[in-house]
Design a protein. Structure first.
Length: 244
């Protein structure tokens, strides 16, 4: 396929989890055309990938104006990443802190590879904005989620591809409560409910029981963070407003 002309369009890294789903809504609220990109890298919580199609369909039906802007979905087989990783995200091992001080859920190079592949697809599709759910406020200490990392990567991509991509990270300075509030600002309680029910964030892939804050085991770091953020959102939703 030949490269198309640039337009007011975005490519959203969409895993099927809470953060990327909120970023998808954020992009649909701003850009004329929004496409999505997912990666199958052999993740332990692969059930999140099964949520992607359902959330895309639900958001298009619930918000018809956004549905008109929602473009193609791309799924990339990145199993090579899982095969070279020895982490709690790609192996059935206990989640703990590694010797280097980072949680063993950190997959080295993951977000770097994600953005490079996203840029290659965006180049072909004529999409200027790359949107990801990286966050430096409520996160597990992953170095590839930092604002400095994303800014450096944007420079490298533009130099290496002779382009002017813009990497957007709307959640970078939001905590999890603010992320819930952002969803509420963008689409009201209807969007909050879609995020609660149709997305998946649990690291161990537990999706048997729907909790107040969504599906999950309730014990892994991702579940604890999501639960704590949802409770804070409910407690202060009329007091604190997240930036849009």
């Amino acid at each position: 396929m030949t490269r198309t002309e640039p337009r007011n369009g975005a490519l959203v890294l969409f895993s099927g989890g809470q953060d990327s789903a909120t970023c998808l809504a954020w992009a649909l609220d701003r850009y004329d055309t929004v496409e999505t990109l997912g990666f199958d890298y052999g993740q332990r919580h692969r059930v999140e990938l099964e949520c992607r199609e359902g959330f895309r369909a639900a958001i298009a039906q619930t918000f018809p104006e956004w549905g008109e802007r929602l473009g193609d979905d791309h799924m990339i087989d990145l199993s090579v990443l899982g095969s070279i990783s020895d982490t709690a995200m790609t192996r059935e091992i206990e989640i703990e802190t590694a010797a280097n001080g980072l949680p063993n859920t950190f997959v080295p190079g993951r977000n770097l590879m994600f953005m490079q592949i996203a840029a290659a697809i965006a180049y072909r599709r004529g999409l200027e904005f790359l949107v990801g759910g990286m966050c430096e406020t409520d996160f597990s200490g992953y170095p590839d989620c930092r604002d400095d990392t994303m800014k450096a990567l944007q420079v490298a991509l533009n130099l290496g591809m002779e382009t002017r991509f813009v990497i957007e990270t709307p959640l970078m300075w939001l905590d999890k409560a603010d992320t819930w509030r952002l969803a509420q600002q963008l689409g009201g309680e209807a969007l909050v409910e879609l995020v609660r029910v149709e997305t998946h964030t649990c690291y161990v892939g537990e999706r048997a029981e729907l909790n107040d804050w969504g599906f999950g085991c309730g014990e892994c770091p991702a579940c604890k963070l999501r639960k704590r953020g949802y409770e804070a959102y409910l407690a202060g939703e009329h007091v604190t407003q997240a930036p849009v």
